[in-house]
Structure formats: C-alpha cells, structure tokens
Design a protein around this ligand. Sequence first.
Ligand code: PLP
Length: 458
Amino acid sequence: MPLWKINTRDNPDIYATAGAVEGLAKTKIPETGVSPEEAYNLVRDELYLDGNARQNLATFCTTWVEDEVHKLMADCIDKNMIDKDEYPQTAAIEARCVHMIASLWHSPEAEETIGCSTTGSSEAAMLGGLALKWAWRDRRKKEGKPCDKPNIVCGPVQVCWHKFARYFDVELRQIPLSEGSLHIQPDQLKDYVDENTIGVVPTLGVTFTGVYEPVKDICDELDKLQIKTGLDVPVHVDAASGGFVAPFLQPELLWDFRLDRIKSINASGHKFGLTPLGVGWIVWRDSSELPKDLVFNVDYLGGNMPTFALNFSRPGGQIVIQYYNFMRLGWIGYREIQSACAENAQYLASKLADLPEIEILYNGKGALPCVCYRLKKPKAAHYTLYDLSERVRMSGWQIASYPLPADMEDTIVQRIMVRHGVSHDAVDQLFLDIRKSLKYLSKNNIKWSDAGPSFSHG
Ligand SMILES: *Cc1c(COP(=O)(O)O)cnc(C)c1O
C-alpha cells in the first residue's frame, strides 16, 4: 500500500502525498484539489528543469530585481491596467512614464505627445507599423493613388517585424547583410524604397549582433532621396534595447526625435528599462503622427482617455515598476547600471579576443552591453558554436548560437548579453568555462553532433 494511504496524520509530508507518489495530472484537470503547500511544492519542483534565469546570457530581458520590486509587484497583482476608471492612479503613472520616455528621447512635445505601454516591443512594433501603414494609406488616398501594395524597409530586424509584415499584409524588404556589413548601409536604401514604402525601420541594438544601425545616416540618406524623388519616407526606430541604453551611455548619438524624420520609437521596459517581464513602450514624436482612427477613447475619471493597443487586460505592476525605477534610480542610476554592464561586456570581449579560436564581431563598445563573435576557422574546427553552447550549459550558462540573417546565413555566431546583475566575477567564471569547453571540443572529434541553434530573439 502506498505510504500516503497509511499516513493518517492531518498534515502528511508533502513527499508522501498522492501527488508526490503517483505524479501530478498531465492531461485532465483532477477531480479534487490538494492543499496550497502541496500544490506549491510539487509545481515548483517541476521548474527545477528550467534553466537558471540569472545564468541565461542569451536573453535581453530583466533577470534581477530588488526586493522592493517584488513587494510592489505583489501590491499590484490584482490591478488591471486597462481599467483606467477603476485604477486611475495606475493610468496616471503610465502617462507619466510615457512623457518621461518621450523626454528621454527628445520629443519636441514630450509633455503632450501620445504613447502607451504595451506587453513588450513586439506589440509596440505592431502599433508602430500599423500607424505607418494607416498614414501612408491616407496620403495615397488623398493623392488618388492605389494603396494595395505597401512595403516596409529594414535591416536585420527582430522576428516581430516579420510577424507585423505577415499579419498586416505588408511586404517586408529586408536589406541583406554581407561580409563586413552587419547592418543597413544607407546608400543601399535607394534600391529598396519606393512610393509604396510605408516607412524605414532601423534597429538601435540589432538582436543578432548588438550593434546600432546608423540611424542618422539613414535619415540623411532619406533626406537626399526626398530632394531627388519627392518621396518623403517616415522612420520608426526599433530601440527595443538601445532605447534605454543610448540615452545613458551615448547621449550625443543622434538616433531619436532630434531627427525630424523619426515619427515613432519603441523600446522594451523589460530589457534595459530594467522592469520585470511584461512591458514595452511606444511613443510618437507628437500626437499628430498617430492616425486618429486607430485610437479608441475610453472613459476615465468621468473624462476620456485615448488608447491604442492590441491587447486588453494586463497587469499594472510592470508599469508601476517602470515608474519606480525612474524614481529609484534617476538618470544617474540608469547610467551607472548600464555603464557597469558595458564595462563587464568589454572585459569579457577582451578575454575572448585572446582565445585563438575566436574572432570578435562586436566587442561591447559603442552600442549594447554584449559581445558577439564567431569561430575564426569554422571549416577547420571539428565542432561548431552550437556544440560550445551545449558544453557550457553543463555549468548552467545559456548562450545563444545561431546563423546570421540573409545573405550571411553561413556565418554562425554566438552572443552573450551582459545585463543588470551580471558581475565581473560571473563574467570570469563564464570565460573559464568557455575556455575549458573549447579545449574539450578541440580534443574530442564531435563533428557530427546533433547540437543545433539556440536562439533567444529577446
Ligand atoms: C527583443 C526585441 C524585440 C521584441 O521585444 P519584446 O519586448 O520581447 O516583445 C523587438 N525588436 C528588437 C530589436 C528586440 O531586441
């Protein structure tokens, strides 16, 4: 007879209960429930198989927060940010964040402009793309021209732009990469932009490599194109990561609303915005740039609040924490954290650069705090970077390895993100594991291993 059946105490040991002896239900909701402690322990135990988020250096997203953040998140667990009338202060805090971010990105009307929180940069990209599509269609209709073949021009974009293009029926014109050119080269634009281009989307912090696309040069090139052809092509910047890095680490860099051609910008609060998972932001340069018929008005404190979103119900905590972070850290606090990340990333790059097997593609200087590299002689090595990722996983590290986008698909790279909470000593430990793994791999011929790409798009 199983132990739990002869255990007649009121509080049986959790590991002597039915759930622990027979296993938890997998396909049907069980008839009866169990105590919260039993459910908590047994469900939590399943999670041991997940990777350790702090050692996940494939992700751009927040994996370390202060205790106060846990508390404030718990305080907000029952609040729905969409209910502006019921939770007017959460709504007010969201609006404050929008205007602070607009000001951080130099909107000429930071205190009045329009913007909103989203579930992340992906939803923000859908909204930015939709606004571009609507504005383009309005212009074309006024000119009496057809508007059935919209296209959007970009460099090596994150998967959300592929989704936007497919879901909303827009042709994605992705400018291919080439050896020595890991982002849009402005003089390539003329071959991709035409009267059906709803916008150009440069990325500030390319997912694949961490570099910034040359946003100012792209805008200058589009200015030249306008003089030549009359085409006035707007720009949306995908600053998912860079939007909360560049203002602090590269404040002189011109990539934001200081450039007139830039109509909207998105960023992920849950990446270098330092909030827990579940918040992104989009801001328009001024409220006239957001087509009116995309906006829904909701009642709010007896008044009216414009909203633009794909999603409805969503927790308010992440928005409140974004505001907490702005208050808690200030501009200087953000700068200190991002500088520490950049310093540790550059330190890691300098160590990796000394390894004979590795060629650094981006060394953490000038853009995101991360390192991107490839094997110096991938054809001669009898292992791949996929094998290296698999090997360091034995010590818990997760490092993304993947092919670059077209036309560099033959190049496999590895990218290590250095975020808030990744210390100098953690970087040292990781480096020693990489070095040890490379030694192991070069001694053991595993050319035909099954290891494949491990890519975190975010
Ligand atoms: C992460 C990322 C996204 C997607 O952002 P989420 O916040 O994960 O939805 C979009 N674009 C870029 C450049 C990214 O790095």
